[in-house]
Design a protein. Structure first.
Length: 432
């Protein structure tokens, strides 16, 4: 069989295995080994598996993933998310739709020290949802705004998705993190604007909550020094060149641990739980990463990336036409695949196309993350929606998707703006 036909059969087998609920990392690794064995030899394939696995788990650069995961675990178990929400709620919760806006701001603040969309959505399902329901907010809006706010976890640094993208494409992870700041802040503004539009169009849809007095506001404001200090320490150190992205992960984890212990929020049982949670998540990420690398080697010897590059650049659609096709592909894949697996599997194939078309790789990383975010919340499948449904029994999938759709439309519009104005993502990295 020709290499092209072998690659096609490999993709078909991969999707069949995923439909059979074989873990994505295992499926990619199995198909990669079998395809590589067919085109070379079984012994060569086994050596490739051993070398890939050992190189991945011992590479210092990959240490950024478990470190930022550990930082997020310490932050979650220290209860910092509740403090951020209470501070935002104290200042704007009394406005019509204010609890929704407070949830968005708190999701942004938590994302700045967590880096996981799923963790952000799960956290605020427990923190913000009960408060919104207690004040009479509809189920659809309450769950929808949490799902949309949760997407901030993969844009605002530190972001595990941006880190993995940087590792795959050999881009500066520090610059990628800095590039996500302005788009992340703009995304918060877009979500807040969407809530304001809902309030204008449907005045009686969202209620007002009780106004907090200034003493309560000052108390709530004093409690948020920890997440602010941690974010400034990690991102400021990166921007100022005090440490690398990998070192920033270690410093962030250590900082979260010290803050949690000094404030009495991390007893021994929480420390053990944080370590176990970070280890399990890192193991899952590395399994997907190793499987994708093996599958990538298989595709490399079939010259699939080169074939796809030639095909897309030869369509005559122009750079932005090809980019539109790529983003459409990611929106569709967002309904079918895990976010991390999608990035690891597709970026090695798509990245040569993007660079040949002359797009900035840092900007493209932000664009990909923005598109992946939409995959987390748009129907018929959205990972954040499933997470919220698992934690909010009274909400149906229909209710959650109904509540999140206005935010999906707004984020799609922002994605178009981000494509049209690359300076939104590139302004800060250009100043480093």
């Amino acid at each position: 069989m020709s290499p092209d036909l072998v690659a096609l059969i490999g993709f078909i087998c991969l999707f069949v295995l995923m439909l059979l609920r074989v873990p994505v990392g295992m499926a990619m690794g199995l198909v990669g080994v079998c395809g590589f064995s067919y085109l070379t030899s079984f012994d060569t394939a086994l050596k490739m598996v051993g070398q890939t696995t050992m190189r991945t788990v011992t590479d210092l650069n990959f240490g950024i993933i478990p470190m930022f995961l550990l930082m997020g675990a310490f932050v979650s178990h220290a209860g910092i998310s509740g403090e951020i929400f209470r501070a935002a709620n104290a200042f704007i919760g009394h406005l019509r739709g204010g609890l929704g806006a407070a949830t968005v701001l708190a999701c942004g603040g938590f994302a700045a020290i967590c880096g996981s969309s799923v963790a952000t959505a799960a956290t605020f399902s427990a923190v913000a949802y009960p408060e919104m329901r207690r004040n009479g907010y509809p189920i659809s809006f309450s769950t929808g705004v949490i799902a949309a706010g949760g997407t901030l976890g993969v844009m605002i640094p530190p972001s595990t998705i941006l880190a993995v993208y940087g590792l795959i494409t050999q881009q500066d992870i520090g610059k990628l993190f800095i590039a996500g700041i302005l788009p992340g802040l703009a995304q918060i503004a877009v979500l807040l604007l969407t809530i304001w539009v809902i309030v204008i169009l449907r005045p009686n849809f969202l209620p007002k909550a009780e106004r907090a007095d200034w003493s309560a506001r000052l108390v709530a404001l004093r409690e948020v020094w920890a997440p602010v200090a941690l974010f400034v320490f990690v991102i400021g150190g990166l921007y100022g060149g005090l440490f690398t992205a990998t070192e920033a992960g270690g410093m962030g984890a250590a900082g979260a641990f010290i803050i949690g212990v000094l404030r009495g929020r991390l007893p021994l049982v929480s420390i053990k739980a944080s370590l176990l949670e970070a280890t399990r998540t890192a193991a899952a990420v590395f399994t997907i990463l190793i499987g994708a690398l093996i599958f990538g080697y298989f595709l490399t010897i079939t010259q699939t990336p080169q074939r796809i590059t030639e095909f897309l650049t030869g369509l005559g659609f122009g750079p932005y036409g090809v980019l539109a096709l790529i983003l459409l592909m990611y929106l569709v894949l967002g309904c079918l695949m895990d976010t991390m697996a999608m990035i690891i599997l597709t970026v090695p194939i798509i990245f040569p196309v993007v660079t040949q078309l002359g797009f900035d790789p840092i900007w493209f990383g932000v664009i990909i993350v923005m598109t992946v975010e939409l995959g987390l919340i748009h129907p018929p499948v959205g990972m954040n929606v499933f997470v919220i449904k698992s934690m909010v029994n009274e909400a149906s999938f229909t209710m959650i998707f109904k509540g999140v759709m206005p935010f999906v439309v707004a984020l799609l519009a922002f994605l178009i703006v981000l494509v049209a104005v690359p300076e939104i993502a590139l302004f800060l990295p250009s100043r480093m």
